[in-house]
Design a protein around this ligand. Structure first.
Ligand code: XUL
Ligand code: CO
Length: 436
C-alpha cells in the first residue's frame, strides 16, 4: 500500500470509560476476563466486507457518496480492497471478518470467471489470514443482487436459476472451507414473493428445502466443519420472505429434517422487522437449540426499514446477552457487524468509529449480563415464579399418564382455587437495569 487509507489512525486500544479519544474502546477490553472467558472469546466480533467495502453510499434517491480507492471491477481493485479490509480488521484488533462472494471479487463475464476470481482471492485471503491471525467467521454467496435472481434463487420459477444458484453456492462453500470458516451463512434475500397471484408457494418451499438439503450433503462430502446458518428476515427486499423469523425457520427445518444440521444467524434489525425483539429471537433460538451466530446491527425504530446501523444502546442488548450467556456462549458463532455508516459519514475514520461504538455497546451489555447472572437474584426471581411446578402433584400433570378428567377430579377434591400473583415486570426491568 502506498498511502494508507486510514492515515495515521490506530491501532484502536482499550482506554476505559473516561477516555474521550474517538478511536479508543471505552468498554471493549479484548483480554478482560468475564465469567472466566475473555471478552474477545465471548463476543468474537467480525467486520463485514459488504457494507464497509462493497457499498459506496448510494440510496434509492442518490448517487454514491463515498470515495473509495478500491472502487472498480477488476482483480487489481479487489486486491487493494483486500489490503484495506485486512488493515481495518487489524486496526480494530477484531478476530474475524465475513464476506459475500460478490463483495470480494468481480463476477466477470461468466460463472466460470467468477469462480476463478474467487479461488484467486481465497489464496490472497489465506496468506493475509496467516500473517495477521484474522479468521473467517463466515462466508456466503450473494444470491440477491444480480437481475437473474430477481424472482428468487432456490425458489425461482426458472430451474436454470436454481441450478446457477447451486453452482454459485458450491464455489462459496469451497472458498469458506478452504479458509477454515467457522460458519457458512444462507440468507434468502429473494426467497419469497412479491405477489401470491403469480406464486406457487408450495413448489417454491419444496425447492428451498431441496436446495438446503443439498448444501448439507455437500458440506459433509467435503468435510467442512463449520456450522451452516440460515439468517431469518421477514421482508425486504421481497414483500414476504419464507425465512420470516426464528419460529418459521425452525418449523421449516423440522419439515425437511434439517434441524440438526442447520442453525440460525440472528440479526437485530431483522428481529425488529418481524415485530419481535432481538432477545425474543435469541431466547427462542436458544430454547430450540438453534442459536448459531448474531448480526449485531440495529434498525431505526421510526423508519420501518432495515437500516443496518451500528448498535449503540447497551441497555437494550442486556437481555439478549443474558440468554446468550445462559446458552453457554455463542461460539462457533460471533457478533458480526453487518452494519453500515450513514451516507453522510464519508471519512475513512467513520468506518472505525462505527465499529468501536458497536462493540463497546455489546461489551457493556456483556459485563452487565454476566453480573446479573453471577449475582443470582435475577435467576432466583425467575425460578421462584415457576416454583409451584416443582411440586410432585404439578409434575404429575405433565406426565403422559395425566388426563383431563383426573386433573378435574383433583381440582374438585382439593378445592383448588388459585390466587393471582404479581408478575412483577417492573421489578424485573429495574433489576436488569441495575447492572449496567
Ligand atoms: C441482509 C443481510 C445480509 C446477510 C448475509 O439484510 O443481513 O447481509 O447477513 O447475506
Ligand atoms: Co445480516
Amino acid at each position: 500500500m502506498t498511502k494508507r487509507f486510514f492515515g495515521d489512525i490506530g491501532p484502536v486500544r482499550f482506554e476505559g470509560p473516561k477516555s474521550d479519544n474517538p478511536f479508543a474502546f471505552r468498554h471493549y477490553d479484548p483480554a478482560r476476563l468475564v465469567m472466566g472467558k475473555t471478552m474477545a472469546d465471548h463476543l468474537r466480533p467480525a467486520v463485514c466486507y459488504w457494507h464497509n467495502f462493497a457499498w459506496m453510499g448510494s440510496d434509492m434517491f442518490g448517487a454514491p457518496t463515498f470515495v473509495r480507492p478500491w472502487e472498480g471491477d477488476d482483480m487489481k481493485a479487489a486486491r487493494l480492497k483486500a489490503d484495506v479490509a485486512f488493515d481495518m480488521v487489524s486496526t480494530l484488533g477484531f478476530p474475524f471478518f465475513t464476506f459475500h462472494d460478490k463483495d470480494v471479487v468481480p463476477e466477470g463475464g461468466s460463472l466460470g470467471e467468477f469462480g476463478r476470481n474467487l479461488a484467486e482471492m481465497t489464496d490472497v485471503f489465506a496468506e493475509k489470514m496467516q500473517a495477521t491471525k484474522i479468521k473467517l467467521l463466515w462466508g456466503t454467496a450473494n444470491l440477491f443482487s444480480h437481475p437473474r435472481y430477481m424472482a428468487g434463487a432456490a425458489t425461482n420459477p426458472d430451474p436454470d436459476v436454481f441450478a446457477y444458484a447451486v453452482a454459485q453456492v458450491k464455489n462459496a462453500i469451497d472458498a469458506t472451507h478452504k479458509l477454515g470458516g467457522a460458519n457458512y451463512v444462507l440468507w434468502g434475500g429473494r426467497e419469497g414473493y412479491e405477489t401470491l397471484l403469480n406464486t406457487d408457494l408450495v413448489r417454491e418451499q419444496e425447492q428451498l428445502g431441496r436446495f438446503l438439503s443439498m448444501v448439507v450433503d455437500y458440506k459433509h462430502k467435503i468435510g467442512f466443519k463449520g456450522v451452516l446458518l440460515v439468517e431469518p428476515k421477514p421482508q425486504e427486499p421481497t414483500k414476504h420472505q419464507y425465512d420470516f423469523d426464528v419460529a418459521t425457520v425452525a418449523g421449516f427445518l423440522d419439515r425437511f429434517e434439517l434441524e440438526r444440521e442447520v442453525k440460525l444467524n440472528i440479526e437485530v434489525g431483522h428481529a425488529v422487522l418481524a415485530h419481535h425483539s432481538f432477545e425474543h429471537e435469541v431466547a427462542l433460538a436458544v430454547a430450540l437449540g438453534l442459536l448459531g451466530s448474531v448480526d449485531a446491527n440495529r434498525n431505526d425504530y421510526q423508519s420501518g426499514w432495515d437500516t443496518d446501523q451500528f448498535p449503540n444502546n447497551a441497555a437494550e442488548l442486556v437481555p439478549a446477552l443474558y440468554f446468550i450467556l445462559k446458552n453457554g456462549g455463542i461460539a462457533p458463532g460471533g457478533f458480526n457487524f453487518d452494519s453500515k455508516v450513514r451516507r453522510q459519514s464519508i471519512d475513512p475514520g467513520d468506518l472505525l468509529i462505527g465499529h468501536i461504538g458497536g462493540i463497546d455497546a455489546c461489551a457493556e451489555a456483556l459485563v452487565a449480563a454476566a453480573r446479573l447472572i453471577e449475582d443470582g437474584k435475577f435467576d432466583k426471581m425467575r425460578a421462584d415464579r415457576y416454583a409451584g411446578w416443582n411440586e410432585p402433584k404439578a409434575q404429575a400433570m405433565l406426565k403422559p399418564a395425566a388426563t383431563l378428567e383426573g386433573i378435574a377430579k383433583r381440582v374438585a377434591h382439593e378445592k383448588i382455587d388459585p390466587k393471582p400473583r404479581s408478575g412483577r415486570q417492573e421489578l424485573f426491568e429495574n433489576v436488569v437495569g441495575r447492572y449496567l
